[in-house]
Design a protein around this ligand. Structure first.
Ligand code: FE2
Length: 242
């Protein structure tokens, strides 16, 4: 079968109660990601509508001039909570507490850990809005480069592009196989932070999403310390062994 075209892989799955959990866990474990239907146990319709209002306030806030365009990618980022190397998470927008009350709650984070099949308490460490217009894309990457303690990332779409802009999750490091997700507004997409993923070029319309990163602690982000050094060392060694 051609990779990425199996509809069973990309159709959002129901998640209403504990009985659906086995399906959720196996999808997550086998494909590195899982997308829920709108109005799931994770995010109710009311919560989604509340989030949408909060996100639009962030985008339209005249006192908030923090948006930036990223290098190596092509998209516009509005940081709400940042998680920089060597630092603890830092709030950049006053809506962060209301957003956290929904997507950083005990219930929400416990469900993420359950879906991922891990017995750890998870914390919301980073929250940002991504705005992508025609021609924008997000290069392939793993989230654990930014913080090795990330376990799960969640993407919640508010505006779905008319064409392109699919969220691609690769199956394995050789990128021979992948799943393309095209979530509609209100369908949360959960991704294992260590799986390679990226967003394909938006061909028509706009993609607006809230992107959230969860780790097992709220301590200083260690990515600038031994972890980054280990990566540098590993790539040096790879060079030497060529
Ligand atoms: Fe990512």
């Amino acid at each position: 079968m051609t990779p990425g075209l199996d509809p069973e892989r990309v159709v959002p799955i129901p998640y209403h109660d504990e009985t659906d959990l086995e399906l959720v866990q196996s999808a997550f474990a086998e494909r590195g990601a899982v997308c829920f239907q709108r109005g799931s146990a994770l995010l109710s319709d009311e919560q989604f509508v509340a989030l949408e209002a909060l996100i639009n306030q962030v985008r339209c806030d005249p006192n908030y001039d923090k948006g930036f365009s990223t290098s190596g990618h092509s998209l516009y980022v509005y940081p709400i909570i940042t998680d920089k190397a060597g630092e603890r998470p830092r709030v950049l927008h006053s809506n962060a507490s209301e957003i956290s009350a929904i997507v950083g709650s005990e219930e929400f984070t416990a469900m993420l850990a359950q879906a991922r099949g891990i017995d750890e308490k998870l914390y919301l460490r980073r929250a940002q809005v991504h705005l992508m217009k025609r021609g924008d894309f997000l290069s392939d990457h793993v989230d654990t480069i930014a913080n090795p303690d990330y376990r799960v990332a969640v993407s919640i779409v508010f505006d779905k592009p008319h064409a392109g802009g699919t969220f691609r999750v690769y199956q394995g490091e050789f990128k021979e196989d992948w799943d393309d997700y095209a979530p509609s507004p209100g369908e949360p997409l959960l991704v294992d932070a260590k799986w390679i993923h990226g967003i394909q070029k938006v061909r028509d319309g706009v993609r607006l999403a809230l992107v959230l990163f969860y780790a097992n602690n709220l301590e200083e982000n260690p990515s600038y310390g031994p972890f980054a050094a280990a990566i540098r060392y590993a790539s040096m060694e790879e060079e030497l062994n060529k």
